[in-house]
Design a protein around this ligand. Structure first.
Ligand SMILES: C[S@@+](CC[C@H](N)C(=O)[O-])C[C@H]1O[C@@H](n2cnc3c(N)ncnc32)[C@H](O)[C@@H]1O
Length: 313
């Protein structure tokens, strides 16, 4: 079932992404997070008439929407229900070798967030689910009902950067001793209560939901391995374009690109470099590209987007 207030997903930083990819006729691209095909449509349009695109996504509903949107491009678009952690295998299967550009537009789409059944948002009365891939068994409900208090607190602290992580974990465990948490609203109520009264800049459940979503979908592990694979797939001069939406995700991208540019990413406390950087890429964005005020007014989701670009050498 589609969300009621069906907000359309507007691709963020579209002109900057297309500029970064430098798509030309006959080029091959992989959109690792194709979703409904917003960026993909732009890429195929500017690589007319023979540019081709392989689109991956974990969400079969999004892929169905994307297939309908890209129908007019015929055989130039290939879609696969895959985790981008299997990028090289998917590209091999689709005979997408020597790729000119790889795009990651991380996180969730507006439609996923607005769908109560998916349980991504504290604003809806849906189940505590948060799976991008409905074929997977691990859900947010499993984590909050089965993990011990210490592990929950660490998760909410590390992946949510939530200062009340211990308090929230304690309340989760207390509440589930009465009855299991089943709904997104159950968790939102706990986070709200842990914060107490007083105005907050963001909803008290935002960070806790972020942490659970990252854990349910193994987001950081997948991103780390996929970035390496993307680099290996690119031809010399090919572009890697990544949009991240929160600082932890952006740090993974930034560190990957720095190391690929031959720069050491070891913490300053380490006496000798242990990361052993080899230069395979050139960073084209010293600072991430951000949305301007016009785009933010049109698409508030773009406010936190950070776009980084690197070129294979
Ligand atoms: C922000 S949306 C992309 C929107 C798209 N660029 C557009 O313009 O329509 C992010 C998408 O990435 C997908 N996704 C997240 N993690 C993934 C992974 N590990 N493998 C494949 N797809 C993933 C989500 O299911 C979601 O559809």
């Amino acid at each position: 079932m589609e969300p009621q207030a069906s907000p359309r997903h507007i691709p963020v930083l579209l002109p900057q992404v297309l500029d970064g990819l430098q798509a030309g006729n006959g080029d091959r691209f992989v959109d690792c997070t194709v979703n409904g095909g917003g960026h993909a449509e732009g890429i195929l349009s500017i690589s007319t008439p023979t540019g081709s695109l392989l689109g991956l996504d974990l969400d079969p509903q999004a892929l169905a929407r994307c297939a309908a949107r890209l129908r007019g491009f015929g055989g130039r678009a290939t879609l696969m229900h895959r985790n981008f952690a299997q990028l090289l295998a998917a590209a091999e299967q689709a005979a997408f070798r020597e790729v000119h550009g790889v795009l990651f537009d991380l996180g969730m789409s507006s439609l996923q967030l607005a769908s109560p059944q998916r349980g991504f948002s504290w604003q809806h009365a849906g189940p505590l689910d948060m799976r991008m891939n409905p074929d997977q068994s691990l859900t947010a409900a499993t984590i909050v009902n089965d993990w011990d208090q210490e592990s929950l607190a660490n998760l909410i602290w590390e992946f949510g950067e939530e200062r009340h992580a211990r308090r929230i974990a304690r309340r989760i465990v207390k509440r589930r001793q009465e009855r299991p948490l089943r709904l997104a609203a159950d968790l939102a109520d706990i986070a709200r209560a842990a914060y107490g009264r007083g105005r907050q800049r963001i909803h008290p459940a935002t960070r806790t939901f972020q942490a659970l979503r990252i854990a349910v979908n193994g987001e950081f592990e997948s991103l780390q391995t996929a970035l390496e694979q993307a680099r290996d797939l690119l031809i010399t001069g090919g572009r890697l374009v990544v949009i991240a939406f929160h600082s932890l995700e952006d740090r993974i991208v930034k560190e990957f690109m720095r190391r690929a540019a031959g720069k050491c990413i070891c913490p300053s406390t380490v006496p000798q470099c242990a990361c052993n950087p080899q230069q395979t890429m050139r960073i084209l964005t010293r600072k991430p590209i951000r949305a301007d005020e016009v785009e933010i007014a049109r698409n508030p989701r773009s406010r936190s987007a950070r776009l980084r670009i690197a070129e294979r050498i």
